[in-house]
Design a protein around this ligand. Structure first.
Ligand SMILES: [Zn+2]
Ligand SMILES: [Zn+2]
Length: 325
């Protein structure tokens, strides 16, 4: 019974009393001596030495489908224990896509996953109109999505707070891709460069500095366009990061394995200039919301102080920290 041995192992990791651990190993040894399926079918599992009510129900779960609820819960508890203190301090994810733009799952699935991960809040940040290739929302679709957020919030109750959001394109002139009225209504505005991201530094620097001055921009998404180990946008980092610090725009540490942007050297530079940060997953599917540890590793390597990470704040403090007019 691998399942029972695994449970014993997980209990050991949790430093459970050894008699509890040994009870699972003893039952596992006894069960290998019998035809478990046949004994279970005959309703006689409890006649096997060491098998009580709990172990019987675990064995039945395994026979039904492979894994017991009890083991899954332990795996989760042990997984959380293994988190670094910084990861454990993060309270939400501020960059998440759904099927409304180029994500692969419905909003409710992303929100349920955020709940499972223990988040207190999640911002839904689908793409803006210009990014047609990623099915950026129209104004009408954004209006509809505001209603869906309310609806999903009703469904999940107070288990999590859903923030409205957008990953809006930073256009060539540095403006954002929504009218001011809509920017104002979004809880979280992530601004990212997706088009013309390789323009010369003497054009990219003023473009980004212009964006930083937009009072509704909260976060600069994947700041250097890094992909596959290489930054794709070049600009005067000092000038842009100083503008971000001055105008209260946080820099995103993007946890996607192919991005990992910013890198630690730039995190250190931005820290020295007074910037704040967020650690986001940019998840396009539920499982990707578990990538936050990648961003945490960057922050730890850079020696980033938790005080500078806005998604370690409560939702209310986070919203207050945006520096909106
Ligand atoms: Zn993006
Ligand atoms: Zn994104």
């Amino acid at each position: 019974m691998d399942e029972l041995n695994r449970i014993a192992f997980l209990l050991e990791r949790q430093l459970a009393p050894s008699y509890r651990v040994e009870a699972f190993r003893r039952a596992a040894r006894a069960l290998v001596e019998v035809d478990v399926a046949a004994v279970a079918a005959a309703g006689r599992l409890r006649s096997v030495p060491g098998v009580g009510e709990r172990i019987e129900s675990i064995v039945r779960d395994v026979l039904d489908g492979g894994r017991s609820e009890y083991r899954l819960r332990l795996e989760e508890e042990v997984g959380q224990q293994a988190q670094s203190p910084l990861q454990a301090a993060l309270r939400g994810d501020l960059h998440v896509h759904t099927i409304w733009s180029d994500g692969g799952a419905e909003m409710i699935e992303m929100v349920e996953t955020a709940i499972d991960l223990g988040h207190e809040y999640v911002a839904i940040t689908d793409h803006s109109p210009s990014l047609k290739i990623a099915r950026g929302l129209s104004i009408e679709r954004l209006e509809e999505q505001f209603l869906l957020v309310e609806d999903v919030q009703r469904q999940v109750g107070d288990r999590i707070r859903i923030l409205t959001g957008s990953e809006t394109d930073i256009l060539l002139d540095g403006s954002l891709d929504w009218p001011e009225d809509h920017l104002r209504r979004l809880d979280i505005v992530v601004g990212s460069v997706h088009n013309k991201l390789r323009i010369p530094p003497d054009e990219m620097t003023p473009r980004l500095v212009e964006a930083m001055q937009n009072p509704y921009l909260d976060i600069l998404g994947h700041p250097t366009g890094r992909m596959g180990g290489k930054a794709r946008s070049s600009y005067d980092h000092e000038l842009v990061f100083a503008a971000a610090a001055h105008f209260g725009v946080a820099l995103e540490i993007n946890s996607r394995p192919e991005r990992l942007d910013l890198q630690p050297d730039l995190v250190r530079l931005a820290t020295s200039l007074g910037c704040n940060f967020v650690i986001s997953t940019d998840a396009h599917a539920p499982g990707q919301m578990m990538w936050q540890g990648n961003g945490v590793a960057i922050a730890e390597e850079a020696g980033l102080d938790q005080d500078r990470i806005l998604n370690a704040l409560s939702a209310d403090d986070l919203l207050a920290a945006r520096g909106r007019p």
